[in-house]
Design a protein around this ligand. Structure first.
Ligand code: DX5
Ligand code: ZN
Length: 220
């Protein structure tokens, strides 16, 4: 399998120097920039919104992978895409009609992603995969960086991989939450690793290279 994509989450970056941080992870080999948008309703935390995405777009050499943790994403999808989101991922629990929102994301010219909370069954997203370019498996409860990886979520990756290959779909599997060199190996069937505290907490090149090399543990 080809090398993994790495999307550093700027939630763990220095917010006073986002341009510098984005350029540094790009230089260190990152593939995408993961942007966590939280509204204080869907999740208890509040982070950044549309104007910040617009500013990041001006300075980022890499695609913006925007993870919406907000209620009613249909109200804001177009604005996030106009601001510069290349990938826009919504939570299946956040809207009454996820299929309609995914279609509208594509119609506005972005790549569409679906994700789910750890407590949500993977069955809830399977029928949506043909509408998606990306499916994101959360391995922590959404809301905060720096939490511990939830091993009980890993089985979802295998189910999604099977569904994508059985139906011959063109959908990347991304994993987000508690990802480091060890947990990335456990998630070796994913295509894209999001990592916040692991990347921004050490030498960026070393961290990104370690994630890119994640593959099947030799014991298997
Ligand atoms: C959590 C966010 C993650 C978070 C990951 O709600 O979706 O993207 O930044 O942070 P780490 O890698 O520190 O678990
Ligand atoms: Zn995220």
């Amino acid at each position: 399998m080809s090398s993994k994509l790495v999307a550093p989450s700027i939630l763990s970056a220095d917010f006073a120097n986002l341009e510098r941080e984005i350029k540094a992870v790009a230089q260190a080999g990152a593939d995408w920039i993961h942007v966590d948008v939280m509204d204080g309703h869907f999740v208890p935390n509040i982070t950044i919104g549309i104007p910040v995405v617009k500013s990041l777009k001006k300075v980022s050499p890499l695609p913006l992978d925007v993870h919406l943790m907000i209620d009613d994403p249909e109200k804001y999808a177009e604005q996030f895409i106009k601001a510069g989101a290349d990938y826009l991922t919504i939570h299946v629990e956040s809207t009454k009609d996820p299929a309609a929102v995914l279609k509208s994301i594509r119609s506005f010219g972005a790549k569409a992603g679906i994700t789910l909370r750890p407590r949500t069954s993977v069955d809830k997203v399977l029928s949506l995969l043909p509408l998606c370019d990306l499916v994101l498996v959360m391995t922590v409860e959404p809301g905060f960086g720096g939490q511990s990886f939830m091993h009980d979520q890993v089985a979802k990756i295998a189910t999604l991989r099977r569904e994508i290959s059985n139906k011959n779909l063109n959908c990347l599997i991304e994993v987000d939450g508690g990802i480091n060199a060890e947990t990335a190996q456990i998630c070796h069937e994913a295509d894209v690793f999001v990592a916040g505290s692991y990347v921004f907490g050490q030498d960026y090149s070393k961290a990104i290279s370690a994630l890119k090399e994640a593959k099947l543990p030799s014991s298997k």
